[in-house]
Write a protein that binds this ligand. Structure first.
Ligand code: COA
Length: 153
């Protein structure tokens, strides 16, 4: 990620920017209600333009329960992909929560989502299970792949 961008915690007033990002760049959009819920109860970071903090290029939302944290969604604006934004945000999530005592990181991803799977595996996430027919697709259903990363051995 170059210095055009920076990572900051999301705030309530980001809701419109997140809705725009979700509509334009999330293949399975969450919609208004889930976005507002995420802002209210989850941990959220955005990548924004350094010169314009309201301009949101990416969003990561995660939940935390004691020493575990689960990635709920990461989405990068279509025009800002392959510049390391998702990698930077994921590393930021791992570093921030490791420093607060989280030991295990979890996520689920559609088995067809090769881009995301490459990202997670490149950061050390390991496949630990599959849920068959878990997600809906346009043509039917597909499996969820479950990944974990343990930061403390
Ligand atoms: C998956 C997604 C978040 C990746 O965002 P990104 O900012 O483009 O990813 P990065 O530039 O940080 O890429 C990091 C690594 O991921 C992998 N990767 C990302 N996009 C890829 C692609 N199109 N093809 C192959 N590998 C890819 C690569 O290993 C890449 O490292 P490299 O560039 O050194 O090869 C983005 O494509 C996206 O928003 N997709 C739609 C939402 C989604 O599916 N989210 C994940 C499920 S929650």
């Amino acid at each position: 990620m170059n210095s055009t961008y920076l990572i900051r915690p999301a705030v309530e007033s980001d809701v419109l920017g997140l809705e725009r990002l979700d509509t334009q760049s999330n293949p399975y959009p969450w919609g208004k209600t889930l976005i507002s819920d995420a802002l209210a109860v989850r941990l959220n970071w955005v990548v924004c333009e350094a010169q314009n903090p309201q301009a949101i290029a990416a969003w990561l939302t995660a939940s935390r329960a004691v020493d575990q944290s689960e990635l709920e969604l990461i989405v990068v604006d279509q025009s800002a992909r392959r510049q390391g934004l998702a990698k930077a945000m994921t590393l930021n999530w791992l570093q921030e929560l490791t420093s607060k005592g989280v030991k295990e990181f979890l996520l689920e991803v559609r088995e067809s989502n090769v881009e995301a799977i490459r990202l997670y595996e490149s950061l050390g996430f390991e496949l630990v299970g599959r849920r068959q027919n878990y997600y809906k697709t346009a043509a039917g259903r597909e499996a969820a792949c479950l990944y974990t990363l343990n930061r403390v051995k």
